[in-house]
Design a protein around this ligand. Structure first.
Ligand SMILES: [Zn+2]
Length: 466
């Protein structure tokens, strides 16, 4: 097999022979490579199962994991195979299902959980991804082992292109679908009440950062999803119908033909919900009611070099994510008070850890809330309690943590303040906004507030009797 593997690689990558082959020959080579991969995967599963068996059987100090300095089976396999945590998770799961453990009394090998699938794997007719999907699906069905054996035999036969649905060998996705049918069949008179099952299947996972995004997946119980929806609704206020055009003598007709609210908020529903989720997390972190981590509030750590922060070039790192993030993220995070900023020099030495100096104190926040009343961007209805306080002049550029330098912005307008076209400045302690041209073609600076007390005072002043 070693030789045929080498030949296959040579033919595919090195010899340049591929160009001269017709379609059927290229596909045949592809099938041959996949067949070798399945055999190799079977060997991988078998060796992992063996190591697993040794880990279970040995006292802690003698386990292979301990001897090779790994915290878990998964880590040991990752280091040995150089595969990803996700792939190794599949291998370990399949190894558990196909491995033959040894009877502690007689020393004989016991039957594997899925003996026919084990044979199919050894014969190279079913690969790792199909095995992982089939095993995971069958494990989700609550039934006796004997009933599971039927599924094992049928699915193994199907993988060989035999059995009830005899035909060409199915792909991994087709096998997974067949396994799902089996799982439903095996489980149909499962006595477990729906709710207990739902409770067991609940979950939420935060994945690994890729291309600047971290996948979050899961299944929430109805009441948890309901609560989340209520929070979304309270933040994504249905009144969010876009800003009114600026009024008064400075108003200049813009030349766009659509209604102004058509461009007010171009976020999709999913994007708006993401931003609402960020708002909830930020509010929870600063609430003071969460358990502390190492004696302080559960704050996010963003690392950025002092130079980068001052020059505005470079990037920052968010705790737990290998990919760099923009300095805009560092700046926003540095304003919110739920964050500490670690400043390092070019060599990585920690120069300073800033926590409290840029965080607005509770009494300052109250004063700013009274003055601004909510996100100060016209047309945004995010209420004050959900807003973050933005340093109008960045702290890193000498902007003080003073009420005259802090304004309320919702998470979204805070995050996009550098790119959205909205500008904010302070004049004599009053926030002023200059809108993008679609909102105000004259691009005037205009004082803003959402504060009910200040609005009513303005109205009294404007009324004829005021
Ligand atoms: Zn806003």
């Amino acid at each position: 097999m070693e030789q045929s593997l080498g030949e296959t690689v040579d033919r595919a990558f090195r010899s340049g022979e591929l160009r001269g082959l017709d379609d059927a020959a290229v596909l045949s080579l592809m099938a041959q490579a996949a067949s070798i991969a399945r055999r190799a995967e079977a060997a991988l599963v078998a060796t992992v199962a063996e190591v697993q068996e040794r880990v279970y059987a040995a006292p802690h100090a003698e386990r292979p994991t301990t001897r090779y300095g790994c915290r878990s089976m998964n880590e040991l396999v990752q280091r040995t195979t150089r595969a990803s945590g996700r792939t190794v998770g599949d291998v370990v799961r399949v190894a558990r299902a196909l491995g033959q453990s040894v009877s502690p009394s007689t020393g004989e090998a016991l039957s594997a959980e899925y003996p026919d699938l084990r044979d199919a794997a050894a014969d190279g007719v079913i690969g790792l991804d199909a095995l992982a999907a089939v095993v995971a699906t069958l494990e989700s069905a609550r039934c006796e082992r004997a009933a599971r054996m039927g599924a094992d035999a049928e699915l193994a036969a199907s993988a060989r292109g035999a059995g009830v649905d005899a035909g060409p060998s199915p792909s991994a996705d087709e096998l997974r679908m067949q396994a799902q049918v089996w799982a439903m069949y095996l489980d149909q008179d499962g006595a477990e009440p729906r709710e207990a099952r739902a409770l067991r299947r609940r979950g939420l996972t935060v994945g690994v950062c890729r291309d600047g995004l971290v996948p979050i997946r899961g299944n929430a119980l109805p009441e948890v999803a309901g609560q989340l929806r209520r929070l979304f609704d309270s933040i994504l206020n249905p009144k969010g119908d876009g800003p009114d055009a600026p009024e008064g003598p400075h108003f200049v007709e813009t030349d766009h033909d659509g209604p102004i609210d058509a461009v007010a908020d171009t976020r999709s529903r999913a994007q708006r919900q993401h931003d609402a989720f960020a708002t909830i997390l930020s509010a929870a972190a600063r609430s003071g009611e969460l358990p502390t981590l190492g004696g302080s509030a559960p704050t996010l750590v963003v690392s950025v070099t002092a130079d980068d922060l001052v020059t505005g070039r470079g990037h920052a790192h968010v705790e737990g994510c290998d990919e760099p993030v923009s300095l805009a993220v560092a700046r926003q995070v540095a304003c919110t008070g739920a964050v500490q900023r670690v400043t390092t020099d070019g060599a990585g030495r920690i120069l300073a850890i800033h926590i409290d100096d840029r965080v607005f104190a509770a009494h300052q926040r109250k004063a700013i809330v009274l003055r601004d009343g909510g996100c100060i961007i016209p047309g945004c209805h995010v209420p004050a309690a959900w807003c973050e306080i933005h340093h109008v002049i960045e702290h890193a550029k000498g902007g003080p943590t003073h009420t005259d330098n802090g304004v309320l912005l919702c998470w979204y307008h805070h995050r996009t303040i550098d790119s959205s076209g909205w500008r904010v400045r302070m004049r004599l302690g009053i926030p002023e906004v200059r809108g993008p041209s679609w909102w105000d073609a004259s691009m005037q600076w205009r004082p803003v507030t959402k504060s009910p007390t200040r609005l009513s005072k303005d109205m009294r002043a404007r009324s004829p009797g005021g």
